[in-house]
Design a binder for this molecule. Structure first.
Ligand code: SF4
Length: 366
């Protein structure tokens, strides 16, 4: 993951940089109870043809961030700050017509639940074809032919027949494939997939993730994959961004973050995940406590109410100053512990886990 800086006013062109670059993004909602700080100072890059997995619990700001990229927040109740660059175009200051042109054409989204995202009143073919007609000015026949081609591309059997079926005539996995076909109909440069496999059973999940990988290899699409599942990220993404309370907690390549996680929140996410390669049952250890209210985020490090290590890192820092992921390239995290302390704590955790395995084995043998 690279970080490139540039100079230039919002809304103007910039020099060469990453394909997508989000800089110091903030998203706030005005509610009756006050201002919700849903995203606070978030920066990340996405290179062309790569996949970035964004992980975190519900309410960590993953989906809000991506709705900001798509320009789908209600301007009457939302304040958005920072910059979002898609190549040489700044999106926060872009006008409505520009964003409407971009959505579905250069940038597309796959939603979590295809049943609610697809209209029950129109055939699958019509819904896929409409997007093509709108952005490419295609005739009805061209749009239908394109819908058949897209259904074939995403592995729907008998696409010439299925194109005239309604969503209720498709299984859950086929509906998700149809959603992917609709998202890809204009060959977008950027695909945002929001929990695309959560509503599917495990076998279909694997098929859909393989399909996304294949399509990316064929067409060089850049993908943002929003998920709470680090297993999905491990199998699919090149880079990972771990979000907590609207901020970046850790970022790096999949290998860096999963092999050498540095932030106590990432440790918590990993230890709450079942491991298939464990020879015995090891109890899962969820992150204690609950995510903070974004109406009134905690002072200092937003993770401090759930963290075991503020005393070690320095309470005056953890309770008083917000840590940031360093702006330099590569593996980075927002935690005041030193790298040495992090390594030592991870080693201790690993040996605790081994002890838990030995205990479980002993109990099994008893
Ligand atoms: Fe924990 Fe402090 Fe690190 Fe935050 S900065 S994760 S509170 S040790």
């Amino acid at each position: 993951m690279t970080t490139v800086s540039w100079s230039g006013e919002p809304g103007t062109s910039r020099g060469p940089g990453p394909f997508l670059s989000v800089r110091d993004l903030s998203v706030e909602f005005s509610t009756e109870d006050g201002v919700v700080h849903a995203v606070d100072g978030l920066s990340f890059d996405l290179e062309k043809g790569t996949t970035l997995g964004i992980v975190g619990e519900s309410g960590s700001g993953k989906s809000v961030t991506n709705l900001a990229i798509l320009g789908l927040h209600d301007p009457a109740h939302t304040q958005i700050g920072g910059e979002i660059w898609l190549e040489d175009r700044e999106l926060i200051t872009a006008d409505r017509a520009t964003m409407e042109k971009l959505r579905g054409d250069r940038v597309a989204m796959i939603f979590q639940d295809p049943l609610t995202a697809l209209s029950p009143f129109h055939t699958i073919g019509r819904q896929i074809g409409e997007v093509y007609r709108k952005h490419r000015g295609a005739s009805k026949k061209e749009a239908r032919d394109r819908a058949v081609e897209m259904l074939r591309r995403v592995g729907i059997p008998q696409p010439e027949v299925r194109v005239d079926h309604y969503p209720h005539e498709f299984s859950g996995g086929m509906r998700q494939r149809a959603m992917i076909a609709m998202a890809l109909v204009c060959d977008p440069d950027l695909l945002i997939a929001d929990e695309p496999t959560t509503a599917l059973d495990v076998t279909v999940q694997a098929q859909i993730l393989d399909l996304l990988k294949d399509l990316q290899q064929q067409f060089g699409t850049s993908i943002i994959l929003i998920t709470h599942d680090l297993g999905v990220v491990a199998n699919t993404a090149d880079d990972v961004l771990v979000m907590y309370a609207g901020r970046a907690a850790e970022r790096g390549t999949v290998r860096e973050v999963l092999r050498e996680p540095r932030h106590p929140y990432t440790w918590g996410l990993l230890s709450s995940m079942p491991r298939l390669n464990s020879s015995v049952d090891v109890p899962l250890k969820p992150v204690r406590g609950t995510p903070p209210s974004l109406l009134n985020p905690p002072s200092g490090c937003p993770f401090h109410p759930r963290c075991d290590y503020p005393r070690l890192a320095g309470p005056e820092l953890c309770f008083g100053q917000r840590p940031d992921v360093s702006p330099e390239t590569g593996h980075g995290d927002a935690c005041y512990l030193t790298l040495e302390q992090k390594r030592e704590l991870r080693t201790t955790q690993a040996s605790d886990q081994t002890e838990a395995q030995i205990d479980a084995r002993t109990e099994d043998g008893a």
